[in-house]
Design a protein around this ligand. Structure first.
Ligand SMILES: [Fe+2]
Length: 324
């Protein structure tokens, strides 16, 4: 566990104007949002955070996409880049490419791991990430200084593979600082809100990838047990003390299995958050959405685990060698 103040080199230059939404090369969508209202009370100067997730560096996602994503991000001159897991696909075959990808970001990068990072082997992925100078938070919190202001980051380890420990992540955390939560699995945001963290960034769902006719909501919500599929959910009002908050589920950049990304919500994505700008000041891609209700009356993490087991069983059946 860490609770440290990391000195970060700062710029005092104003942020360049960013569009509320734009489509860049390789189908990457750049979307812009304000942070929670609480940050507007806590910060004198807005801090720009670029959020990327599910890079899945490997065969399915071309390296030119990874390089372009870093270039788009750098042009927005964020104070901070955060990446919420799934750096790799299924193996350690592309760890050098992963390190090179992460080194391309100009701003300091903070990250948490995702389920694919564990499935591929977390120690190797951790090494590759740290070789790039990225600060990996595994159930840890830290305080950084950006534009002369403190920002606390709480990073939850991957909940899908059972590594999230919120109590550990919050140990020693300051209660009076602007705080940003990171978690690969968005449903963990509910607990982080209860701990007073008003805003959480996450990934994992890839926005559903196939998002026409709400197929993604059917697949990830009704079958997969997820309540947060893509974009903003919850409340950005300044009442985190009451256990409310907001979560953003990024659509991600890459894919681990199928490269298809169809529909507005399924595109590759980079999301910019200007923490300290009050919600309502920006023309945002969409407003806060209502969480989906999973149909099963069992706990959500169990529903997700069951869905995952079914998926793995189907995959095994499909690739089973024919009998003689
Ligand atoms: Fe992923």
């Amino acid at each position: 566990m860490r609770n440290s103040a990391s000195p970060i080199s700062l710029t005092s230059e104003p942020h360049p104007p960013a569009p509320s939404a734009s489509r860049e090369r390789y189908g990457i969508k750049l979307r812009r949002f304000a942070g929670s209202a609480l940050y507007a009370d806590q910060l004198d100067t807005p801090l720009r955070v670029a959020h990327l997730t599910d890079l899945h560096v490997g065969l399915i996602t071309p390296m030119k996409v990874q390089a372009e994503a870093a270039a788009i991000t750098n042009r927005q001159k964020p104070d901070l880049v955060v990446i919420t897991g799934d750096f790799v696909c299924h193996s350690h075959a592309f760890l050098e490419d992963l390190t090179a990808t992460l080194k391309a970001f100009d701003a300091p990068v903070f990250a948490v791991l995702g389920n694919h990072d564990y499935w591929a082997g977390a120690p190797g992925v951790r090494q590759a990430i740290r070789r790039a100078g990225v600060e990996l938070l595994s159930n840890q919190n830290t305080i950084i200084t950006l534009r002369g202001q403190k920002l606390q980051i709480v990073g939850l380890d991957d909940a899908y593979t059972g590594h999230a420990d919120r109590q550990k992540a919050m140990r020693g955390a300051a209660r009076n600082l602007p705080t940003l939560g990171l978690s690969h699995i968005a449903e963990e945001a509910d607990g982080l809100w209860a701990d007073g963290i008003p805003f959480v960034l996450s990934g994992h769902t890839h926005g559903g990838q196939l998002t026409v006719a709400k197929i993604h909501e059917l697949a990830l919500g009704k079958i997969g047990g997820h309540r947060y599929i893509h974009g903003l959910y919850g409340r950005r009002t300044a009442d985190s003390q009451a256990g409310h908050g907001a979560v953003y589920v990024g659509a991600g950049l890459g894919a681990a299995v199928v490269p298809i990304r169809v529909g507005d919500r399924g595109h590759r994505e980079i999301a910019l958050f200007d923490l300290g700008l009050a919600p309502g000041l920006l023309d945002e891609h969409h407003a806060e959405q209502v969480a989906l209700r999973p149909p099963l009356s069992i706990p959500e993490h169990l529903a997700r685990a069951i869905a995952h087991e079914k998926f793995q069983a189907r995959k095994k059946r499909r690739f089973r060698a024919p009998r003689d």
